[in-house]
Write a protein that binds this ligand. Structure first.
Ligand code: ZN
Length: 244
C-alpha cells in the first residue's frame, strides 16, 4: 500500500463569484471541479484553498502538509503576497512539494518566481484547439491519444519561458497559431508542470483527457523519496572524499 498524497488545489476563486457565465460552468468553483475528479483516486487526499480564505488558503499547517500544489489564478495575481510566493518557491526547490500551474497561472507570481520567467504570451478569441501528444512515453501522457480537441481561449507563441526540460504537449489553434501547452521543469530538487487549457468560460476541466493529464501530473509531481538530505543553503565542504 503506497502512501497517501496530500494535494491542495488553490484557486483565485473570483470569476466564479463575480461572473454568472463562469459560475454556470463551475458552480463549485474551478478548484471544486478539479477536486471532484481527483477524489476518484484512492491515494489522493485533496483539499481546497482560495485567495480570500484566511492566510490566502495556505497557512503553514496546510502548505507544509502539501505534497502537490495546483494553482489557478487570473485577475488577482497581484494580490498574492510575495511572502507566500517565497514559501511556495522554497518548498518546491527543497523537493518537498510539486507544483502544477494551470492556464492563466502563466502570469502568476508563483509560476514566474519558481520557473524564472515573465510568463508573457499572446492570446485571443476562444476557438477550436487540437492538443498534440508530443512525448507519449512521458508519465503525464499515459492514456492520452495522439491528439484530442478542445474549445479554448487562444494562447500562442512566442511564450517567453525558459526552454522546458520536457515538452509533453503542443497545441494548434484554428486561427493558425501554435503553443507549447504542456511543459515540465525541474527546479532545485522539485518538479513543475504547466498546462495551458482551463479558461474560466470554457469547459476544458470536464474533458476526460484534461482530467487524465492533470491526474497523471499530480503523481509525476510528487517529490522523490530522496536518498540524501537536500541542503538548505550552500554548505562549505570541510572533508575529503578521496586522497586521504
Ligand atoms: Zn483565460
Amino acid at each position: 500500500m503506497k502512501e497517501t498524497i496530500n494535494v491542495t488545489v488553490w484557486n483565485e476563486f473570483r470569476h466564479e463569484r463575480l461572473e454568472e457565465a463562469c459560475r454556470e460552468i463551475y458552480p463549485d468553483g474551478i478548484h471544486g471541479l478539479i477536486k471532484s475528479f481527483l477524489d476518484k483516486e484512492p491515494r489522493l487526499n485533496v483539499r481546497l484553498a482560495a485567495l480570500d480564505d484566511p492566510d490566502n488558503g495556505l497557512p503553514d499547517e496546510v502548505l507544509n502538509g502539501t505534497n502537490v500544489l495546483l494553482w489557478w489564478g487570473h485577475m488577482a495575481h497581484h494580490e498574492v503576497p510575495d511572502a507566500l510566493v517565497e514559501r511556495i518557491r522554497d518548498r518546491v526547490y527543497k523537493g518537498k512539494m510539486g507544483l502544477i500551474v494551470l492556464h492563466s497561472g502563466h502570469h502568476s507570481k508563483v509560476f514566474r518566481e519558481v520557473v524564472g520567467t515573465n510568463g508573457n504570451l499572446s492570446w485571443g478569441r476562444d476557438q477550436q484547439e487540437i492538443v498534440w501528444n508530443l512525448l507519449p512515453a512521458h508519465p503525464i501522457a499515459a492514456g492520452i491519444p495522439d491528439h484530442f480537441e478542445l474549445f479554448e481561449e487562444l494562447y500562442c507563441e512566442p511564450f517567453y519561458i525558459p526552454q522546458p526540460d520536457e515538452l509533453v504537449f503542443g497545441s494548434w489553434f484554428e486561427d493558425g497559431f501554435i503553443f507549447r501547452s504542456g511543459l515540465c521543469y525541474y527546479r532545485g530538487a522539485g518538479k513543475v508542470f504547466y498546462f495551458q487549457p482551463g479558461h474560466e468560460f470554457c469547459r476544458s476541466f470536464y474533458n476526460e483527457y484534461v482530467q487524465r493529464i492533470i491526474t497523471n501530473a499530480v503523481y509525476w509531481a510528487v517529490p522523490n523519496d530522496f536518498g540524501y538530505q537536500i541542503p538548505d543553503g550552500a554548505p562549505c565542504i570541510d572533508y575529503k572524499l578521496s586522497g586521504k
